[in-house]
Ligand binder design. Structure first.
Ligand code: ATP
Ligand code: MG
Length: 137
């Protein structure tokens, strides 16, 4: 697949690191196809993470993701989904390899800096959830 969907997650630290995170992304060969700063509503965050609704951390996650702006993007590259998950590193920042975005910028397992789609199918769904065709280049 050629696209993935990402969000830089909320939080003061993440806001400060937007520049360096974007630099990492573009330096690694991803082209920005769409980008906007979004205020997620509770309902949207619940739907976005509905596959995790039975997890004990779900309510906290929804609260966190609606606590401030998220920078949503569609990124284009060959093997976008898997290459991007390599670039961001493990969900748990203590396990994320050195030099990955989560290794460098995550604050905790919950505040792990950034989201990346986990399949081509979800990338297409998530991209469509956030962006209309006229917002994509
Ligand atoms: P993402 O979907 O954000 O790219 P992921 O696919 O690596 O991350 P998921 O299992 O989809 O991980 O979890 C979604 C998000 O939920 C994580 O990025 C993290 O913010 C939060 N999360 C996951 N596991 C935990 C946990 N055990 N405790 C607290 N928060 C968690
Ligand atoms: Mg996920």
């Amino acid at each position: 697949g050629k696209i993935t969907f990402t969000m830089i997650k909320p939080g003061e630290r993440n806001q400060e690191n937007i520049g360096p995170i974007l630099t990492k992304i573009t330096e690694n060969g991803f082209r920005i196809e769409a980008m906007k700063l979004v205020k997620l509503r509770t309902k949207q965050a619940e739907v976005f993470y509905s596959h995790l609704s039975d997890k004990p951390f779900y309510n906290d996650l929804v609260k966190y993701m609606t606590s401030g702006p998220v920078l949503a993007m569609i990124l284009e590259k060959e093997n976008a989904v898997s290459d991007f998950r390599v670039l961001i590193g493990d969900t748990d920042p203590t396990k994320a390899k050195e030099g990955t975005i989560r290794n460098l910028y995550a604050e905790s397992l919950q505040k792990n800096a950034i989201h990346g789609s986990d399949s081509d199918e979800n990338a297409a769904l998530e991209a469509g959830f956030f962006f209309s065709t006229s917002e994509r280049y």
